[in-house]
Design a protein around this ligand. Structure first.
Ligand SMILES: C[S@@+](CC[C@H](N)C(=O)[O-])C[C@H]1O[C@@H](n2cnc3c(N)ncnc32)[C@H](O)[C@@H]1O
Length: 217
């Protein structure tokens, strides 16, 4: 099953590299690092996972979700949503929470989620380095609206990916990566309060945790 998921992921990347953004799902070590602030929290929490893919992080969330927590799972690709429904949410870790309505699948781009001040944690697998700058700006604006004041935004990026992509690209692509990288660096400088470097992932990755102090865009 793990091999089937990997192949599905790789096929999706080859078809839509700008949406999927990675050739393989995250490792358990990276999933665990991304979920660390949520795991440390001792209050009931509303969690949003964005860009769930084939469920590498979702599975881990299923293990640590408490009886009073809620989880919304956002994924834009229909075949991944079906895989999540069939292979992940049917697992015994999830069944009670799904049955009681505490876990929901949102089959829309994150930019279209309309809530405000709803989530304590937003955990993202979105491939920002593959996005246009405008998409990254839109996602950050939406995430800041979705988070409660003091909420935490966690995402990952591969170690050195922005610098390497910039060096290996030219023209418009290089300009796009430069713009995205500068925006991400500013946010990291202003809002990152914790970072885990995860070597047990292919490729190694930083899990970054940001808090937008006043929770406003
Ligand atoms: C790099 S994969 C991460 C998958 C998984 N979280 C992991 O860590 O293995 C990125 C995922 O984000 C999804 N995605 C891309 N743009 C999105 C958007 N605007 N809204 C929601 N999901 C999106 C892609 O379909 C893909 O499944």
């Amino acid at each position: 099953m793990a091999l089937v998921r990997r192949l599905q992921f790789l096929r999706s990347y080859l078809r839509q590299p700008g949406v999927v953004g990675s050739i393989s799902p995250s490792s358990l070590a990276l999933a665990s690092a991304l979920c660390d602030p949520f795991r440390q929290s001792d209050q009931p929490a509303c969690v949003l996972e964005v860009g769930a893919g084939t469920g590498a992080v979702t599975r881990h969330l299923g293990r640590i979700l408490g009886d009073s927590d809620t989880l919304d799972i956002c994924e834009v690709k229909h075949d991944f949503v079906e895989a999540l429904r069939k292979d992940v949410l049917s697992h015994r870790n999830f069944v009670p929470a799904v049955t009681s309505g505490r876990v929901q699948l949102l089959r829309v781009p994150v930019q279209e989620i309309e809530h405000k001040d709803r989530y304590d944690f937003v955990i993202s697998g979105l491939p920002f380095t593959a996005f246009k700058l405008q998409e990254v700006l839109d996602v950050f604006r939406v995430v800041r609206r979705l988070l409660k004041p003091g909420g935490v935004f966690s995402y990952f990026e591969y170690v050195g990916i922005r610098r390497t992509s910039r060096l290996l690209s030219m023209g418009n692509r290089r300009e796009r990566i430069r713009g995205v990288s500068s925006y991400l660096s500013n946010n990291i400088r202003s809002h990152q309060f914790q970072r885990h470097t995860v070597l047990r992932n292919f490729p190694p990755a930083h899990a970054r945790h940001l808090r937008f102090d006043d929770g406003r865009a």
